[in-house]
Ligand binder design. Structure first.
Ligand SMILES: [Zn+2]
Length: 174
């Protein structure tokens, strides 16, 4: 799927994590970026790695194992930024895992190798309401615009939660 839904989930997690301490802007930005990490595997296409290969698109980087590894990295980064290790690690793992799980809800492409390295089976959810995004420059098309609009609508609640100003008007939204 294009990045909108993933970013929405990452941004909402960043807000939740920074509710009690830390900078909201930094946390929202960081976890939005974390939500996109699995799609770095898009590099597989120019490298000639087949879509269905373990390291092809939606392969290893979209697995729950990769999400656990990303969680550990987020924990370490969060700790360096003054957040509790466990909360930052949990948020990082959840956001990264949500990427693979959300991709199983899309109506095209191949499924997601959630269980890599134990299995290369590609999974789809039984219900797939999210329109799949065209890949690369094909995104700059009417179909691409439709997919972005549909996703922005579906994930609006996450964006509202992430960016809604804090109550009581007390201070800037940090
Ligand atoms: Zn993906």
């Amino acid at each position: 799927m294009p990045s909108i839904g993933h970013i929405a989930v990452g941004a909402a997690a960043g807000r939740a994590l920074s509710r009690r301490q830390g900078s909201r802007a930094a946390a929202v930005t960081l976890f939005s970026a974390v939500s996109l990490l699995p799609d770095l595997d898009g590099i597989a296409f120019p490298l000639g790695i087949p879509y269905a290969a373990p390291f092809g698109h939606r392969g290893a980087s979209h697995s729950l194992a990769a999400a656990a590894a990303a969680g550990l990295l987020c924990g370490a980064a969060g700790k360096a930024a003054g957040l509790p290790f466990s909360r930052a690690a949990l948020a990082g793992a959840a956001v990264t895992a949500s990427h693979g799980l959300l991709d199983t809800l899309t109506d095209g492409g191949l499924g997601v190798a959630l269980l890599w390295p134990f299995s290369n089976r590609r999974f789809f959810a039984p219900w797939r309401p999210i329109p799949v995004a065209p890949i690369g420059f094909a995104m700059l098309s009417a179909r691409g615009a439709f997919v972005v609009a549909a996703e922005a609508a579906m994930f609006l609640p996450f964006f509202l939660y992430a960016f809604w100003p804090r109550r009581r008007g007390g201070g800037p939204s940090r």
